[in-house]
Design a protein around this ligand. Structure first.
Ligand code: TXA
Ligand code: MG
Length: 337
């Protein structure tokens, strides 16, 4: 075990997981790996622990947290599942899907978790470490991505263990389960009309489950709320400028201009040789690989380049995981607020 400040790095073995679970039960903050990104976990029933999450991240209090549980049965003790929600949960859980559903009772969770909304975002993450931790903790775990608000989400324990760009010194521990497998946050869905929850679905954030897969299970209209730009009441965290690197991004680039860095996808153009720095989301043009590499690559380029540098980014197709990749790139490219 090592530590930075008062933050301990725990191995994701049975003793490490047991320690992480006992810290959570004691109201402490523990970052842990899910299949999407590292989450900053806290006991969702504890007002004090949840308040600490907002403080550690510097997160606006109007931006609610996703509640993580080990299985559908535990989720059904928190939120009301209609037939459509049940179908989606059975199809995609455990996995990178968050469902925004009516909260069963106000007294189940600390009120700050839902930022006072009558709905709650719930998710059953896949991945052995997340599953083992949730089972051992035995409580619902509120977990936003484990990055300071507005920064790139962490896909490795080292990203969280950074004092400047991570949360080291502000949380009790980080459970190190290695790099995450999906690499992008969960897809967030909400009923289109809470009075007719079976009639339509809204996509609040594209993510690890492609919308094409959701459409085939939902069997109803799916409106793409995400990507529309401004902060919405429904998913208050979806601000335009997010995942902010210091460098600027130029999207849908055919080739780097002189002086620009290059972030490729698929075969590189001949001009890529002249880039000031060069990386690829996936040389093979594979969207899963690109999703897995996206955040770590953005971090690496950003650390290597000075402020004011420009990263030309190759076009990524907007289908399957490409929709979520494009969404994160657009937020990273948006002018800073
Ligand atoms: O993959 C993920 O979802 C990761 C891992 C750690 O599980 N978590 C994550 O959390 O991305 P966060 O806090 O970075 O993003 C959660 C998003 C925010 O945009 C928030 O506004 C939205 O979910 N959200 C949470 N509860 C909601 C609710 N009741 N209604 C609408 N949006 C909600
Ligand atoms: Mg986040």
């Amino acid at each position: 075990m090592s530590a930075i400040g008062r933050t301990r790095l725990l191995a994701a073995d049975p003793p490490g997981i047991a320690e992480a679970a006992s810290l959570l039960r004691a109201g402490k903050l523990v970052a842990f790996p899910t299949e999407t990104v590292y989450g900053l976990g806290a006991d969702a029933r504890s007002p004090k622990a949840v308040a600490e999450v907002y403080r550690a991240k510097g997160r606006p209090s109007a931006n609610p947290l996703i509640v993580h549980v080990a299985d559908l049965q535990a989720a059904a003790e928190i939120a009301r599942f209609g037939p459509m929600a049940m179908r989606l949960a059975e199809a995609f859980w455990p996995g990178p899907l968050t469902l925004v559903l009516p909260l069963l009772r106000q007294d189940i969770l600390a009120p700050a978790v839902t930022a006072g909304l009558p709905s709650v975002g719930v998710r059953v993450p896949a991945g052995d470490v997340a599953q083992a931790l949730l089972r051992e903790a035995g409580c619902p775990v509120a977990a936003p991505s484990a990055n300071p608000s507005g920064r790139v989400s962490p896909t490795e324990a080292a990203h969280v263990m950074d004092e400047e760009t991570g949360l080291a010194g502000r949380i009790a521990a980080v459970l190190d389960g290695g790099p995450t497998t999906v690499g992008l946050e969960s897809t967030i869905l909400a009923p289109g009309d809470p009075r007719q929850p079976e009639a339509s679905l809204r996509l609040l954030r594209p993510g690890g489950v492609p919308v094409e897969d959701i459409a085939s299970v939902a069997g109803c209209a799916l409106t793409l709320e995400a990507g529309s730009g401004g902060p919405s009441l429904e998913a208050p965290g979806m601000m335009v400028s997010h995942y902010a690197p210091r460098a600027r991004l130029r999207l849908d680039a055919v080739a780097p201009e002189p002086g620009e860095a290059w972030l490729g996808f698929g075969a590189d153009p001949p001009e890529a040789w002249r880039a000031s720095l060069r990386a690829s989301l996936s040389e093979a043009g594979d969207l899963s690989e690109a999703a897995r590499r996206l955040f770590a690559t953005l971090r690496r380029l950003d650390e290597a380049l000075g402020a004011g540098a420009i990263i030309a980014v190759a076009r990524v197709p907007e289908a399957q995981l490409g929709l979520a990749i494009k969404d994160r790139l657009q937020r990273a490219a948006a002018p800073r607020e």
